[in-house]
Design a protein around this ligand. Sequence first.
Ligand code: HEM
Length: 442
Amino acid sequence: MTSAAVHLPPGPPPPRHLWDELLYFRDLKRDVLGTIAQRFATYGDVYYGRIRGMGVFSAMDPEFIHAVLVSEARAFRRRTIDLEFLGDGVLTSSGEEWRRKRRRLQPSFRHDSILSYGALIRQESERLLAAQRPGAVLDLHASMRELTLRVVCRALFGQEFPGSAERLGRATRVLQEAVLRPKLLPPWAPTPAHLQHRRMSALVDREVYRIIERAEGAPGSLLAALRASLDQEGASRADAARELRDEVVTLLLAGHETTALALTWACYLVARHPELDPALQAELARVTGGKPVSAEHFAGLELTQRVLSEASRLYPPVYVIPRVCTEDVRIGPYPVRKGDELWLWIYFMHHDARWFARPERFDPDRFLPGGEAARSPRAYLPFGAGLRSCIGRGFATLEATLVLAALLQQHRLELVDHRPVFPRPRITLAPERPLRVRLLAR
Ligand code: HEM
């Protein structure tokens, strides 16, 4: 045994046959969180296993996760095998290419740009609410997905979303499923799953090209700025078309599904906790004085923001962050080798009683100044950490706060089905069944 091997963390024995691996994938498919929780309970906060001959670290330890994302980040890249349909946008590229892409997008995510999206966020919330009669039943995830899609399209691409939110939602669900599929055959093999994956990827492309084609007349938008900078850099027509496609598909998908889920889970929790309603109403009345919610109210909506933070602790839309090691490095006592994979389990860190007392309890007060969340900042990472953390954090926070406040200003939320809802982990953490609430007029 080499001295490096001595220091590897504990973990399950390597699978002896392909059959053992298939059984593991079957367990994962049946119950991802249960299977991984069991392993953390058995082996500790960092464990090591081998899958298809590759070393895999799984971690829920805040210090290990901090080292991978922040202090030793140069030795890792994002794992992109399940994100190939995104092409080479800011999310999937690395090194100098990533830096150039991120720099190009940054102006659209500055504080003043984000505040300027406030008016259209308000219009889109009003549009959603105006379509509802008192007593109407809302499918939270579907409605929030449509709303956030419309918002991101108007804010970043300067136009109404031209396609079908439902079709795009169906396609992204199929693309997300690939994450739990064992990669036994190469992606070009014509299996039914691969063929469906290709069809859905083509469908997403069609939606995206429609946006790009219609964006000529959208001065001032991120899309117009991207076009201009590609022209300036002298990119060929084909290169520019591919870069635009990859960036638009990345921002469209990364920029709406996550925020829709944050809102879905927050609405679900508010409906499950009617005891919170008087305090939320008091805050709304004090901050808005009964006027429609707008960006200038954002800072004052402090409890509404804490509700959203706590919802993303319990149900982080990005519940696990995968990385691949690009050069040998030591993380704490552990040697991580080039080619190893690392799965950083944000979900389990957020549900750990060492950082959050009675972690399954919904308690927005954890996010009061000086509260639990402030005392263990490394244990709360809904937007990731380090240079590759979420570029849309400010945008998503403003959007989710204004939408939730506008909804609660007009309606009380009542759950239609009181059975507990479990999360369904794929690339993001969605509810396992549709979450429906009845809108009761105030
Ligand atoms: C509540 C909503 C959101 C959550 C929870 C979320 C979460 C995250 C997380 C955890 C990461 C880092 C992943 C990693 O390190 O591998 C990330 C990256 C990213 N997010 Fe978000 N996000 C949200 C909203 C948005 C929005 C609104 C946009 C754009 C409009 C966006 C665009 C991106 C992009 C482009 C990256 C990659 C950044 C880079 O690699 O430089 N996200 N997001």
